[in-house]
Design a protein around this ligand. Structure first.
Ligand code: A2R
Ligand code: GDD
Length: 317
């Protein structure tokens, strides 16, 4: 299939590209700004694609005529969404409108996969054991609101133009390549720096009581790929492990993997304005639709993430 990935230079985009190419799909990488120093193969496959520039979106989609668009491009960080709600809402909502409208305006039969978030459920998570796709969405931060709005408007535009559209709601995912700003990478990068003698042996952490449903990014990618390679009804799909883990448990596992003693320091600046304590998903719908379940062992994935950071900080020295 001809597949366009928006936000292809991000954490998930790079894993998705690798998997799609290995399955012989023809992949086009939409990137906000092409970096000429990138590996040659990647540059060749890359197209400049700023999702806020509708004319550019139109010319890229008209040129590629994709069978599938994975719309990953976003401002993806919850904390940053409080620093700049306008940027987050504009990128995530208007960017999505541009992608879906252009496919409709060009009368293409492209299947569009928009990436939402478990954050869309917001406060409902407090009253629900495992969130299903029909749990009410009551998002409570700018990022979560943007993802909910993006999913809703995408569904309505898709209806207007009779497009194939799937909106996925992945729960927390992590793995090699994830930048700082997300909890596991924040902890793993600090441990790697401490081990390399680049930082004092204390890690600043935020709210440790929170519980999240973590999945290895490579398992999330498997689900994304199966969703386009199978015949699946349009609609919304949760994707997660269904397992609740506290952030303090995750931190303990990572500290066990460290080669040096690590101290923990609570940093109240890392606490969020609004926080849902426990967000865990029911992913039965997707499991039944594509016969999928996460395969990676959680502790092995933590080890892979820490090892990736160990290699990255070595380059910094
Ligand atoms: O802002 P940059 O240079 O880091 O680029 C990000 C890109 N992006 C855009 N691309 C095109 N036009 C824009 N106006 C635009 N604004 C941002 O989207 C970055 O390369 C990519 C997002 O990558 P990450 O932040 O690493 O997110 P990740 O973890 O790959 O998540 C993929 C999707 C997102 O929709 C998340 O909200 C969701 O999965 O969890
Ligand atoms: N980032 C971070 N850093 N979070 C911390 C820290 C820390 O040092 N200490 C505790 N936390 C807590 C946060 O308060 C939150 O409760 C939890 O760890 C997870 O935070 P993040 O990893 O930043 O993830 P998120 O849940 O806010 O959002 C991520 O997952 C969503 C669902 O898949 C992002 O990847 C979103 O883009 C994604 O949609």
């Amino acid at each position: 299939m001809r597949i366009l990935i928006t936000g292809a230079n991000g954490f998930v985009g790079r894993h998705l590209e690798r998997e799609l190419v290995s399955r012989n799909h023809e992949v086009f990488l939409g990137v906000k700004q092409i970096d000429k120093n990138e590996e040659i193969r990647r540059v060749k496959q890359s197209v400049d694609l700023n999702i806020l520039d509708k004319e550019q979106v139109k010319s890229v989609i008209a040129f590629v005529k994709p069978d599938v668009i994975f719309h990953l491009a976003a401002q993806s960080n919850v904390m940053q969404s409080w620093d700049d709600p306008t940027y987050t809402l504009t990128t995530n909502i208007i960017g999505t409108v541009n992608i879906v409208e252009v496919v409709g305006e060009l009368s293409l039969s492209t299947k569009i996969i928009t990436i939402g978030s478990s954050e869309e459920y917001g406060i409902t998570a407090k009253y629900t054991n495992k969130l299903t796709e029909s749990s009410p969405c009551l998002p409570q931060n700018p990022y979560a609101i943007s993802k909910f709005a993006a999913g809703e408007i995408a569904q309505q535009i898709a209806k207007k133009y009779h497009l194939n559209h799937i909106h996925v709601r992945p729960f927390n995912h992590f793995g090699p390549g994830q930048q700082e700003g997300f909890v596991i990478s924040d902890f793993a990068s600090k441990i790697a720096r401490i081990e390399a003698g680049l930082a004092s042996n204390s890690i600043k952490v935020g709210y440790l009581e929170a519980e999240r449903d973590f999945t290895d990014v490579r398992d999330i990618i498997d689900a994304y790929v199966l969703l386009i390679e199978s015949v699946v009804p349009n609609g919304i799909y949760n994707i997660g492990s269904g397992v609740s883990r506290s952030i303090s448990e995750v931190l303990d596992y990572l500290i066990e993997l460290a080669d040096v003693p690590i101290d923990i320091e609570i940093d109240y600046d890392k606490y969020r304005i609004s926080e849902v304590k426990n967000i865990v998903g029911d992913s039965n719908k997707v499991q039944q639709a594509i016969d999928w379940k996460p395969e990676h062992d959680f502790k092995d994935s933590l080890k892979d993430t820490l090892n990736w950071w160990r290699a990255s900080v070595t380059v910094e020295i």
